[in-house]
Design a protein around this ligand. Structure first.
Ligand SMILES: NC(=O)c1ccc[n+]([C@@H]2O[C@H](COP(=O)([O-])OP(=O)(O)OC[C@H]3O[C@@H](n4cnc5c(N)ncnc54)[C@H](OP(=O)(O)O)[C@@H]3O)[C@@H](O)[C@H]2O)c1
Length: 269
């Protein structure tokens, strides 16, 4: 496993298992498959409506809870001090745990500084090992910092060869905030990119493995999702190679500032 040390010293596995769009009744099986394949980091969210399945999958895997890095997120309707505290407890209940490794504000709008106050308190009480945000542009981050006492440790954003987020990535690096990428496989569309097919032949790895490795080799935590057990294994089989600096740069050049998902400034609430 490759870990990244967060600003507070907590270590997060650089590859995790994404669970967006996995129906709750299929989630326990998928999570167990992932843990059996070696994943020790699971990403969910209250809005995915599969936290119960995630909790069940972790329990049934018989791997100790402390060995799993578990992320969940506070949904937009739960922004605000008391609502965020309540949402946290509800997520813990569904996940069958009394602590969360990483709790994220899912989207910056409506940005509510009281939400972050609740996060800071839960962090200081030891209920959350690391606190962070998701889908924050630099200006959202700067707004939050006007009232924050504790700087977010992670920003989870879309990051793909077509959306390399260079200015945001550089900003986060200067702030000591780790970047984590969602929809790293462009929800499956990554396979069409010609350069990645060439690199796939060169390294003897699949296009998806090349892209997962590009995330890790550029310092970005990555959380690919799959319900297919062969793909779950394939996506984790990325520890026996790394990309050359030239190939990393060639992938960086594929950037078109093109999003697969929503732009946080135009997200429809
Ligand atoms: N913070 C946020 O706002 C946010 C937003 C979106 C996502 N996320 C997180 O990021 C995770 C990943 O993003 P995502 O689920 O949107 O998309 P993704 O991981 O980019 O792509 C998932 C898709 O790729 C397919 N796939 C997976 N491995 C493959 C392989 N080896 N070969 C070919 N196809 C493969 C999957 O199919 P099968 O499942 O059918 O195998 C699925 O259709 C989410 O699950 C979620 O945890 C967070």
């Amino acid at each position: 496993m490759i870990y990244k040390k967060l600003s507070n010293g907590v270590e997060i596995p650089m590859i995790g298992f994404g669970t967006f769009k996995i129906p709750n009744d299929q989630t326990a099986k998928a999570v167990k498959n992932a843990i059996n394949a070696g994943y020790r980091h699971i990403d969910t969210a209250a809005i995915y409506r599969n936290e119960i399945g995630v909790g069940k999958g972790i329990k049934e895997s018989h791997v100790a809870r402390e060995e799993i890095f578990l992320t969940t997120k506070c949904w937009n309707d739960d922004q605000g001090y008391q609502k965020a505290l309540d949402a946290f407890e509800q997520s813990c209940q569904r996940l069958q745990t009394n602590y969360i490794d990483l709790f994220l504000i899912h989207w910056p709008k409506p940005l509510n500084s009281e939400t972050w106050k609740a996060f800071e308190e839960l962090y200081q009480q030891g209920r959350i090992r690391a606190i962070g945000v998701s889908n924050f542009h630099q200006h959202h981050f700067e707004d939050l910092m006007k009232t924050a006492k504790i700087k977010p440790m992670i920003n989870q954003v879309e990051y793909t060869p077509r959306l390399t987020q260079k200015p945001l990535k550089t900003f986060l690096e200067t702030q000591g905030v780790a970047m984590e990428s969602w929809s790293p496989l462009m929800r499956g569309k990554i396979a069409d990119i010609e350069l990645l097919q060439t690199l796939s032949k060169k390294y003897g790895k699949t296009v998806v493995q090349i892209v997962i490795r590009w995330n890790i080799d550029t310092g970005v935590i990555v959380i690919p999702k799959s319900v297919t057990s062969e793909r779950i294994k394939e996506n984790f089989d990325i520890f026996d190679f790394s990309l050359s600096l030239d190939d990393i740069e060639a992938i960086n050049q594929l950037n078109k500032n093109a999003r697969t998902g929503s732009d946080p400034d135009n997200f429809d609430f």
